[in-house]
Structures are given as structure tokens and as C-alpha cells.
Design a protein around this ligand. Structure first.
Ligand code: SF4
Length: 446
């Protein structure tokens, strides 16, 4: 971000009681911002979210502190608004979220221009510092920042796992499940707002309930959410492989509103690297789990994430990972490069020997392979008729998604606008007429 504020973004019109909330990072941060926006709304303050313009009375940056690149983006955003404050375009600057939780002391001394730094569990404090009351009775209520037909539903906070590369347990703390009744209340609130697609998120979705109910309660929660009969699609993100509750797949088979889609980060396949990563599961367990998913639900959309360059990943282990990706043919795959995060087990135990260049080369090889796999999967969909939800418009096209596509992270279906008027949030049967590496093209068929 440029140091001076771009004149094009300066508008003198906004009153000082406007609060501009900026959400960085993952969908869990978006949910936190939505709870904050509901409190701001109830306090009769004007608010904007992730807007291009600069001016506002108060800017609140909800930061990400997960890995190097995300941290850099958060710091750049803070410095951008420090500059805006120096230029008198904003009155106050608050910073909250994971970066602020993790590095509060360092940030307070290095960027003192920020009026106040808050942690990840400081919603009430942030609200009070805006000069409005914190309204307890609004618990579970949010102002949605996603298109109105889909919303994220965060079912727990924190994580009990000990993945060696991950700083999240240090930031978000131990795993705390939300009581099932308050999740159902929140889902009812979202249904009342017209949400048709519910996306379940957590740091570790499959561990839900183990603290509160002494057993994995995700199957029970899925049944309860499906019994509401309010959602067309209920989608799951961030499942953990070890101790995966297979009952979920039986429920997915029985209930049409549970998407035949599962996001389950495997991170790697080499037993040596999985052990260094403290993932508590083996190559064989991963392969058995994938077979189970594909045998039980043929055509299931599997999304995974892999991490390249972790200490212990030599050329042999990396080739093993490429072989796994080639064989497993995930419908959706994302990749990260190992970023040494201080105070993590990996940072204390291992030396980060691989150069950034080597990590980037490996990242490139993984994504090049996945691109060809995705192309192959897409080409088999030619002529198929798929159920597609419309998210919006871009240029000459309506943008939609299939059951195997989660918003923001997966593929899209593009439908020419000239084909007729389509309503965002509505579902249409679409015949696939063309495909690219990731996206599909199609026409609506009645
Ligand atoms: S499951 Fe592992 S990678 Fe995911 S948040 Fe927990 S510790 Fe981090």
C-alpha cells in the first residue's frame, strides 16, 4: 500500500460517527466482525465494512496473525490507516483480531499511533470504546457481510491440536464449543434473514462438543440443523482427519441439504513429515479415509490443504506428496508454504533449512499439478446438468457455484447475462457447455 493516501479515496462527506470495520484473514474473523457490526448497528452508529473509501470517525481493523504473508498484510493495513489518521481523514484507529492478540505489546511500542489494541475475545471492550453500550441480548445476532443467501456459522473457538507449525492455539486458545442451543438460535436468526447456504466453520470442526458434551457432537448438530428444514445447503469446513467421526458421512448420504462436500486439510502424506507436523495420523489412515469418503459418496467434493517446505520435507518426501495429489485427485486443493512461526513447536525443535525459493518452487509444482487435475475433473462435467446457486454478476456473466464449491475459495460457474435474468441466491439447473482449469461455463436449462 502506498504511504500517502490516494486522493481518489478522499471524500469529505462522511460524518464522524461512522465506524469502518475492516476484516482481514479467514471466515472466522468475518464472523467476529459481523457480531461487532450488529452491536454498532444497535448503538445507532453508521458503519461500513471493507469499503474502498478512507474517511470515517473510527476505523477498526480485525487482523490476521496466522502466517508471515497474512501478518504482513495486517501490518500494511494498519500503517495505511495510521497515515490516514496523520492526514486527518480518520479520528480514531482501533486494531483487534489475531495479530493484535499475538503481538499486542510489540505493536503498542512499534506502532503507538493506534489508539487501542484489542484481543480476539474483546468484543465488549471494543463496543464500549466506541462509546455505546454492549447489548448482551443481541448474542448470536450478526450483520451479514456476505451476500445474503449464504453465511458462515462458527461452532467453536480455539483448538486442542498441537500441529507443530501452527500458532492458532497460542492465539485463539483451547477448543471451546458453543452450546448446541445457541448455535441453533444463531442458525434460526440467519434463516430469518434469508440465508439458504450455511457454512459450518471452526479451527477444528470435527472436535465439536468434546469439551462441553464429552463426545463429538458434529453428527448431532448436523441432524439438528437439517431438521430445521430452513437451509438448502449445509456445508462443512476444517474437518480434522484423526478421529474423524464417520457418522457424518452416513448423515450426508441420508440428508439432501448436507452438501456432498467436505473440506479436510491433510497437510502432507509422508509419514516422516506428518510425524514432524504432529498431525497424529498416518499415510495409511489418510488413504483409508479418502477411500471411505469416495466409496460411501461417489462424486463427493473433497477439498484439502497441503503445506510444502515443512522441516523434514526432503526431495523424496516432496515427491511422495506430489504422487499422493496425483492419485487422490482432490476436487479442490489449496497449498501453503511453511512459515516459521515463533514459539511454535516446529520453530523450537527444527531449523527452517529450505530456502524461500525452494518452497515457492514446490508450491508452484503442487499448484501446476492440481490445475491439470482440476481441468481433468471439469472436462468430465461437460454436458452435465448441475444445480447452481447464483452469487452475483461480474462483467458479462452471472457467477454461480455448484454443491462442490464453497464461496471465496473454490471454483465458479459462469452463465452469460444474455441468457436471461437470474436472481442472486436462487438455484438454477445449469448445463455445462465449456470449462477451464477451474471454472465452468454453462446455460440455464428448465
Ligand atoms: S488443527 Fe492444527 S493447523 Fe488447525 S488450527 Fe488446530 S493446531 Fe492449527
Amino acid at each position: 500500500m502506498a504511504s500517502g493516501i490516494d486522493p481518489a479515496m478522499k471524500m469529505k462527506s462522511l460524518q464522524n460517527n461512522t465506524v469502518h470495520v475492516i476484516s482481514l484473514g479467514c471466515s472466522k474473523n468475518i464472523v467476529d466482525s459481523e457480531f461487532l457490526l450488529r452491536q454498532i448497528q444497535a448503538g445507532n452508529l453508521r458503519f461500513i465494512h471493507n469499503a474502498e473509501i478512507i474517511e470515517a470517525g473510527t476505523v477498526i481493523i480485525n487482523t490476521c496473525g496466522f502466517i508471515k504473508d497474512a501478518k504482513q498484510e495486517s501490518i500494511d493495513t494498519i500503517l495505511h490507516y495510521v497515515q490516514a489518521k496523520k492526514e486527518g481523514l480518520i479520528d480514531r484507529l482501533f486494531v483487534t483480531g489475531c495479530l493484535s492478540e499475538r503481538y499486542k505489546k510489540e505493536l503498542e511500542s512499534e506502532i503507538p499511533e493506534v489508539d487501542r489494541y484489542f484481543g480476539v475475545n474483546d468484543l465488549e471492550h471494543v463496543v464500549r470504546h466506541l462509546g455505546i453500550d454492549y447489548r448482551k441480548e443481541l448474542k448470536g445476532e450478526r450483520v451479514l457481510t456476505t451476500p445474503g443467501h449464504y453465511a458462515y456459522l462458527k461452532i467453536s473457538e480455539g483448538c486442542d491440536r498441537t500441529c507443530s507449525f501452527c500458532a492458532i492455539p497460542m492465539i485463539r486458545g483451547r477448543h471451546i464449543s458453543k452450546p448446541i442451543e445457541s448455535i441453533i438460535d444463531e442458525a434460526r436468526h440467519l434463516a430469518g434473514k434469508g440465508v439458504k447456504e450455511l457454512i459450518l466453520i471452526a479451527q477444528d470442526l470435527t472436535w465439536y462438543g468434546t469439551d462441553l458434551y464429552r463426545k463429538q457432537m458434529l453428527p448431532e448438530l448436523l441432524n439438528r440443523l437439517s431438521d430445521m428444514g430452513q437451509f438448502k445447503w449445509i456445508r462443512m469446513h476444517y474437518a480434522y482427519p484423526a478421529g474423524f467421526p464417520k457418522e457424518i458421512i452416513r448423515i450426508m448420504k441420508e440428508r439432501n441439504d448436507i452438501c456432498r462436500y467436505l473440506d479436510i486439510p491433510f497437510q502432507h502424506i509422508s509419514n516422516k513429515v506428518l510425524s514432524n507436523m504432529h498431525r497424529n495420523h498416518s499415510k495409511d489412515q489418510i488413504l483409508e479415509l479418502i477411500d471411505f469418503f469416495r466409496n460411501e459418496i461417489p462424486g463427493i467434493g473433497l477439498r484439502t490443504t497441503v503445506l510444502v517446505g515443512h522441516p523434514g520435507e526432503g526431495e523424496k518426501e516432496f515427491r511422495e506428496l506430489l504422487g499422493f495429489i496425483q492419485d487422490a485427485k482432490f476436487e479442490r486443493l489449496g497449498a501453503f508454504t511453511y512459515s516459521e512461526e515463533e514459539n511454535t513447536f516446529a520453530a523450537k525443535k527444527f531449523r527452517d533449512v529450505l530456502s524461500e525459493k525452494t518452497k515457492q518452487i514446490r508450491f508452484g509444482e503442487v499448484m501446476k499439478l492440481q490445475r491439470s487435475i482440476s481441468r481433468g475433473i471439469n472436462s468430465k462435467k461437460m454436458g452435465n446438468i448441475l444445480n447452481v446457486i447464483i452469487d452475483g454478476k461480474e462483467g458479462d456473466y452471472y457467477i454461480g457455484r455448484t454443491e462442490a464449491d464453497s464461496p471465496e475459495v473454490d471454483n465458479e460457474v459462469l452463465i452469460k447475462k444474455s441468457d436471461g435474468k437470474l436472481i442472486p441466491g436462487n438455484f438454477y439447473n445449469v448445463k455445462i457447455t465449456a470449462c477451464e482449469d477451474y471454472d465452468l461455463y454453462g446455460e440455464v436449462v428448465t
